[in-house]
Ligand binder design. Structure first.
Ligand SMILES: [Zn+2]
Length: 111
């Protein structure tokens, strides 16, 4: 759980989105998914990706899209999304246009 929180926070920070509403959304997502993982321990591998998706959804409603794809230079601006869609195992950010991997979750700042 600490790992999930740290990885999503790292990616928020990498894109200058570690704002109060975003961190609050992250805390809420961690609490909800922690409860969920306690009911279903095998779900642990999905938690980090699911937390990232929860924060992405919350930010979309409040401030806009995160994280944006920075690798494509053509076409309209677009987002990255978590692959696998289930949240894990080994979640990565993928460009929604090309399907190419941008970075592992938690490593957007090094992409
Ligand atoms: Zn792209």
């Amino acid at each position: 759980m600490i790992d999930a929180r740290a990885r999503v926070l790292a990616d928020l920070t990498a894109r200058h989105q570690a704002t109060a509403p975003a961190v609050s959304a992250l805390e809420d997502a961690c609490v909800a998914r922690q409860w969920w993982a306690q009911q279903w321990p095998e779900g642990e591998v999905y938690v980090a990706g699911l937390v990232a998706q929860d924060v992405q959804d919350a930010l979309f409603e409040q401030v806009g899209r995160w994280p944006m794809c920075l690798s494509c230079s053509e076409g309209a601006v677009h987002s990255l999304y978590i692959q696998p869609d289930l949240g894990g195992p080994d979640p990565v950010w993928v460009c929604e246009e090309t399907g190419e991997v941008a970075a592992a979750l938690g490593f957007l700042g090094r992409a």
